[in-house]
Ligand binder design. Structure first.
Ligand SMILES: [Zn+2]
Length: 225
């Protein structure tokens, strides 16, 4: 990867974005900035921003953009400052998620003299999202993930390791998936359009297997250089 290659990964719930982000960051040996992880770390470590965010999360709301952005800014800033003269390549997962966050995102990059090279958009059909998520089962004891069709447990609805009954995550229930997809489209489609106009979008067919999606992402990033 060329020095200071800044990429953003975007995709619907169920698109396998988290897994792909780790693989891509690994492949290019670049720093992965995952909003979910940063938010969790701040809450767990009870930082000022974490405590502020927790108030919203505990009430079932999303943490406000300003708080999330401040957390990310801290991480990016200290990373860049420690890397003077060295490669500062970054991959963002789950951020920015909408135009509001993107405005702040662009300010951060500006301040640090960085610019975005590509937005990798994993495009997946709704019916495939439903098929993946509604068939997902989790062991409540060891958190092992199963898929009823592609990766079923040996015995009906029991964890192979713990022999306890598998559960469906609240997030994977059909009504919740529908809502999550709606929110995602409403917030993120305008962002994709924004970057499409700037010719920065690398669109990937997310309906394929995880291995094929990864190959396509790497090919796409190499072309975006
Ligand atoms: Zn288990």
């Amino acid at each position: 990867m060329k020095n200071n290659l800044i990429c953003v990964l975007i995709g619907a719930p169920g698109a396998g974005k988290g897994t792909q982000a780790k693989s891509v960051a690994n492949y290019y040996n670049c720093k992965l900035i995952s909003t979910g992880d940063i938010l969790r770390e701040n809450v767990e470590n009870r930082t000022l921003l974490g405590l502020e965010a927790k108030k919203y999360i505990d009430n079932g709301n999303l943490a406000p953009a300003q708080i999330v952005v401040s957390m990310i800014k801290n991480v990016v800033k200290s990373f860049v400052e420690n890397k003077a003269g060295a490669d500062k390549s970054l991959l963002f997962d789950g951020f920015p998620r909408d135009l509001e966050q993107n405005k702040l995102f662009e300010q951060i990059l500006d301040e640090l003299n960085l610019s975005i090279k590509g937005v990798i958009y994993i495009n997946i059909d709704d019916d495939i999202v439903y098929e993946r998520l509604t068939n997902r089962r989790i062991c409540p004891k060891c958190n092992r993930v199963y898929h009823l069709k592609f990766n079923p447990p040996k015995f009906d609805n029991l964890c192979d390791d713990c022999k306890v009954k598998l559960i469906t995550r609240e997030d994977d229930k059909i009504d919740v998936i529908k809502k999550r997809l709606e929110v995602y489209k409403k917030l993120t489609y305008p962002l994709i359009e924004y970057y499409r106009k700037k010719n920065k979008v690398v669109e990937i067919n997310g309906n394929k297997s995880a291995d094929d999606v990864l190959k396509d992402i790497i090919a796409g990033i190499n072309c975006a250089k």
